[in-house]
Design a binder for this molecule. Structure first.
Ligand SMILES: Cc1cc2nc3c(=O)[nH]c(=O)nc-3n(C[C@H](O)[C@H](O)[C@H](O)COP(=O)(O)OP(=O)(O)OC[C@H]3O[C@@H](n4cnc5c(N)ncnc54)[C@H](O)[C@@H]3O)c2cc1C
Length: 416
């Protein structure tokens, strides 16, 4: 799936700094803006990669975002994201993660500052449970290199972690961490360099127009296009309330960054992989001190329902105390490490955690793409290719797990 790079019209440095490269600066829609083959609404990781793949297929694409590429409210707007291939029995996501990893690595090679850090991903758990068994079976089937450790092996290899209640761990060698905001900026930059038009505006719900669709914009203008892909992340239920309210539920998620002592390299990439403590399904996870921004840690449990426009983005004391207590137990050398950063983001959860990639049920030419459910970022490249295949007719089958019909309003999280 790895594709040849576009020939960029702006320098790599401009891309990374989000600077003056003229084609990359979003603009407002012009009156009667039309003639696009596809309008993609939402320049997060899903919309960005969708636009990228559509441009590569030679289509005329507009990419519209209300707040800007990987903005501070977007689910894709964080500092970093984990890319791992283990997904328990959900091999469909393992396959997508593996395909996406190749694309992320290729993108990272094309830009100046890294997007992908191959730190490895270490999973560990109190017992060798069904999730671990299924993950290892899938990784073997996919030929993904891993090393399995018992408690003594883990303690020897990573003495900075307290594994006293842990029975088993495994290290994925080829995966690691993505620099999220930078990654989305880079992929959108490439889409724009390849011919996509980036617009800063808020799209409303589509209406049929001739052979295509009309997308009204908050500025008062409208765009006509053959097809519209709504990849609005946690905003999807706001654009399509009758269809998606309760089917995609944004929840508040707090993440924290702690500062290792000066000169202490035990928590830096190289010494520490990305890690996830499966903890009987109550997952804590973290990333090493990437680019000296701090050791990142979060609890993966769903927080309260959250409004992505107006939600208060001050990290919460209760979440802070929870990760602090975990940190002191699992990473004793960081027990007193100072907090150097905190962020509030949101997951956009479907009932099971499966993505939504399907046609709008009543408006021809409209696609609904989202439901990243706290694990979507890594899949951006494969998801974008899949959506581009569906939009262009290269693929015709809606994957049942991604269908609107399977999106319940109540459910049990099944994908981790
Ligand atoms: C704290 C946290 C940690 C996570 N960790 C991981 C991880 O380690 N690994 C992983 O793979 N995934 C992770 N995820 C999940 C992943 O980040 C998301 O699934 C993914 O970023 C969703 O991308 P998206 O493009 O669907 O949505 P978004 O990034 O939210 O993009 C949607 C865009 O649509 C725009 N928009 C909305 N409405 C409109 C409108 N009406 N008109 C125009 N534009 C509009 C918004 O401005 C926004 O830019 C994490 C998420 C969070 C919050």
């Amino acid at each position: 799936m790895t594709a040849a790079p576009f020939s960029p019209t702006s320098t790599r440095r401009q891309v990374l700094l989000g600077l003056a490269a003229a084609p990359f600066l979003p603009r407002r829609a012009r009156a009667g803006e039309s003639g696009f083959d596809v309008v993609v609404v939402g320049a997060g990781v899903f919309g960005g990669w969708t636009a990228w793949h559509l441009v590569r297929r030679g289509l005329k694409v507009a990419l519209v975002d209300a707040y800007g590429v990987a903005n501070a409210r977007a689910s894709s707007g964080g500092e970093s994201r984990v890319i791992r291939i283990a997904y328990g029995a959900d091999a469909i996501y393992s396959r997508w993660a593996r395909a996406s990893l190749a694309e992320w690595k290729a993108l990272s090679e094309r830009v100046t500052l890294p997007i992908f850090h191959q730190t490895g991903v270490l999973w560990f758990a109190r017992r060798r449970d069904a999730y671990i068994e299924a993950s290892l079976a899938t990784l073997e089937e996919l030929d993904v290199p891993v090393t399995v450790y018992d408690r003594a092996g883990l303690a020897k290899r990573w003495p900075q972690i307290d594994f006293s209640d842990v029975a088993i761990g495994f290290l994925e060698h080829e995966t690691g961490a993505l620099l999220a905001r930078r990654a989305v900026q880079a992929v959108v930059q490439e889409a724009v360099s390849g011919g996509a038009t980036l617009l800063l505006d808020k799209a409303g719900p589509p209406t049929p127009a001739g052979d295509g669709v009309r997308i009204p914009l908050a500025s008062g203008e409208a765009i006509d296009a053959g097809v519209a892909v709504y990849a609005c992340g946690p905003w999807l239920p706001k654009v399509f309330p009758a269809l998606l309210e309760g089917r995609i539920v944004p929840t508040r998620q707090d993440v924290f960054f702690f500062g290792p002592a000066a000169g202490d390299r035990r928590f830096a990439p190289g010494a520490l992989p990305v890690w996830a403590d499966f903890n009987d399904g109550d997952i804590f996870y973290g990333l090493p001190d990437l680019e000296s921004r701090g050791f990142k840690i979060a609890h993966d449990a769903h927080g309260p329902v959250f409004d992505p426009d107006t939600g208060r983005r001050h990290p919460d004391r209760e979440s802070y105390e929870q990760v602090r207590a975990y940190l002191a137990r699992r990473f004793p050398a960081l027990a007193d490490a100072p907090l150097v950063g905190g962020r509030v983001c949101q997951y956009e959860n479907t009932a099971t955690g499966d993505f939504l990639i399907d046609r709008h049920p009543t408006i021809d030419g409209v696609w609904l793409v989202g439901g990243g459910s706290g694990h979507g970022f890594k899949h951006g490249p494969a998801l974008g290719a899949h959506v581009a295949d569906l939009v262009t007719g290269a693929a015709t089958t809606i994957q049942p797990r991604f269908s609107l019909a399977t999106k319940e309003t109540h459910g049990r999280r099944a994908v981790h």
